[in-house]
Structure formats: structure tokens, C-alpha cells
Ligand binder design. Structure first.
Ligand code: BDR
Ligand code: CA
Length: 314
């Protein structure tokens, strides 16, 4: 058996964030979740921090430590996405209010302390929201960058364009300066852009396979997915909406499901029209240094089979 990977999940739940967290919890042989840090994104920080704890409790994982991080982007006012995720950020199922407490330590300090404590090259960061916490950690403690094993992010889009503006994907658009800082940090980055996640549609038969698991977490997940997809079904006219965030955890479990290449990626920070766009040098037309492994293709049936298999273990 391959060694167990230690991960920190940085997140703004979000129904698809919840799916990523469930996938990690359903894979204890491969992944050790050292902690969950929350960030403002889909909804404000108080709600993402509440939702993260509700997800842990839904899965019977009150032992997981949840740390609240940044309540706004590095330089810009916060933009949220209630139009996609609902007022709470986790609309769909009726879940009890969390009973587990938030940790007192700030999420950014938890990230720094963990990376300094664990042996260098052993901790992977799995980011499911705006990259604010990671950028703040890098600014406060630049020594952590070479200690990160890998950072797998859901963010960006290139051939698929954007989902919050024609050019920009939500996570990058909310905090483009943070994304740029991460891409410039020297940390080995794996990027799951919309080019991949738009292939991961919650088709009816895939959702039914999750419902058939029959457990409370699986049924709550289905209720989340049914709420979450309605926006995208209207927008794209497809059978099901794209499931973004679990692509990151799936990559850690089964990288062979994904195909991509090493590229240079830069983030547009100034243009009003295209701010937050990830400019990917896919065709290697510049000599800018590679700074990310950008994924473009995914075996979507393999991905949903993995999801159903692991959700059943939660
Ligand atoms: C990303 O934005 C959020 O709304 C989702 O949770 C996902 O992380 C997709 O663009
Ligand atoms: Ca998210």
C-alpha cells in the first residue's frame, strides 16, 4: 500500500467542497486530514466555518480540527456566491447546528505551524476556495514554501473560459493576488481548472448511485448536489452540473484519472475586463518558467465510481 498522505483542506463550503471533504473522510487508508481551514468565499467566513463543522459532524468526525482563516481577500472586498450555493452556502439538506467548537488558533497560523512541525515535503495542501489563507501564510512565513509537498487547487479555467466572468473562475476571481502569490511561491502546484470540472457532471445515474448508498451522509450529499446543480443545469442546459472541488482529492487518490501538462500560469490582476483570468501557456509559446501542472482531461466515469465507493465508507 502506498504511504498515507497528510493533508490540510482549505475550504469555503459550499456543497462541492462538502463532496471533497466526504471523499477525503472516506479514504482514511490513503489520506490523513491534519485539519480543515476555512476561508471567506462562497459565503462569508462565519458561514463557511459553520458549514465545515456541520460536514464533519454529519460524517461523525468531531475529532477533526476546524480553524477559521481569512474573512476577506488580501486586497479586495469579498465577493460571494449565494446565487449558486444558497443563503447558507450549504443549502439542500436540513442539518443540525454544529456542536463542535472552532479551534482558537487562526487558520493561517495553523497552516504555518503544521508545515514547520511536520517533516519537510510531507504535507499537501488541498485548496477548494480562494487562496487567501495560503497567500497570507506565505507572506507571514516565507520559510514554509519549500516545506510543502504539493498544493492541489481547484481554480482557474483556460479553454473553458470563466464561470463568474467570461474570463475568470470564481476561486481565482475572488482573490487574484492570493492566487498569483501561490503560483509564484515555488510550491509544486497541481491545478484543477474548469476545463476538468466541467467534465464532471452530476448526471442523474451518478447521483442515484450515491443515493443508493443509503447512509445519512450519502443522502445529505445527494440533497446538496440536487440543490447545487439546479443553477448549472439552467445555465448550461446539461443533465447535472459540474462538481468542482472533489477533483482535487480524487487526484490525490487516483492521479491516473487525470491528464494534463506542466505549464506557466499567470493571473491577470489589472484589466477590468479580464481580472482573475488564469493565463495558461499551454502551447509553451513563452519561455516563462513552468509553475503548475495544469489538468485538462478526466475519466469522469472513473471519478464518479471513486466518489460512490468512498462515500459508502463514510
Ligand atoms: C469553485 O467556486 C465555488 O463556487 C465552488 O465551491 C468551487 O470551489 C468553482 O468555480
Ligand atoms: Ca469551493
Amino acid at each position: 500500500m502506498a504511504e498515507k498522505r497528510k493533508i490540510i483542506i482549505d475550504t469555503d463550503p459550499g456543497q462541492d467542497d462538502a463532496a471533497a471533504i466526504l471523499l477525503a473522510f472516506g479514504s482514511p487508508e490513503e489520506l490523513e486530514v491534519l485539519g480543515i481551514t476555512t476561508v471567506a468565499g462562497n459565503v462569508p467566513l462565519a458561514l463557511t466555518s459553520r458549514n465545515a463543522r456541520m460536514i464533519c459532524e454529519l460524517c461523525g468526525r468531531q475529532d477533526i480540527k476546524v480553524f477559521a482563516g481569512a474573512d476577506r481577500p488580501v486586497k479586495r472586498p469579498l465577493i460571494t456566491a449565494e446565487h449558486v450555493h444558497g443563503k447558507t452556502g450549504l443549502d439542500g439538506p436540513v442539518l443540525p447546528a454544529p456542536t463542535m467548537a472552532l479551534q482558537e488558533q487562526h487558520g493561517v497560523d495553523f497552516i504555518i505551524e503544521t508545515l514547520r512541525r511536520e517533516p519537510a515535503g510531507t504535507v499537501t495542501l488541498c485548496t477548494l476556495g480562494p487562496l487567501t489563507n495560503i497567500a497570507l501564510a506565505l507572506e507571514k512565513a516565507p520559510d514554509i514554501a519549500p516545506r510543502v509537498r504539493e498544493l492541489v487547487m481547484m481554480g482557474g479555467g483556460f479553454f473553458e473560459g470563466g464561470n463568474i466572468t467570461p474570463a475568470a473562475e470564481f476561486n481565482i476571481y475572488v482573490d487574484p493576488e492570493a492566487a498569483q502569490a501561490v503560483l509564484k511561491s515555488g510550491i509544486p502546484v497541481v491545478m484543477m481548472p474548469l476545463d476538468v470540472t466541467h467534465q464532471l457532471l452530476t448526471l442523474k445515474k451518478r447521483v442515484e448511485a450515491i443515493r443508493a448508498i443509503g447512509t445519512r451522509p450519502a443522502i445529505a450529499m445527494v440533497e446538496m448536489l440536487e440543490f447545487f446543480e439546479r443553477f448549472d443545469v439552467e445555465k448550461y442546459g446539461s443533465d447535472g452540473g459540474p462538481l468542482h472541488d472533489p477533483s482535487t482529492v480524487a487526484y490525490l487518490l487516483k492521479p491516473e484519472l487525470f491528464k494534463g501538462r506542466d505549464c506557466n500560469v499567470e493571473v491577470e490582476l489589472e484589466s477590468e475586463l479580464t481580472v482573475g483570468m488564469t493565463v495558461v501557456d499551454w502551447w509553451q509559446v513563452t519561455d516563462r518558467k513552468h509553475n503548475a501542472k495544469v489538468m485538462r482531461h478526466v475519466d469522469s466515469d472513473g471519478f464518479f465510481a471513486l466518489l460512490a465507493e468512498r462515500f459508502a465508507r463514510v
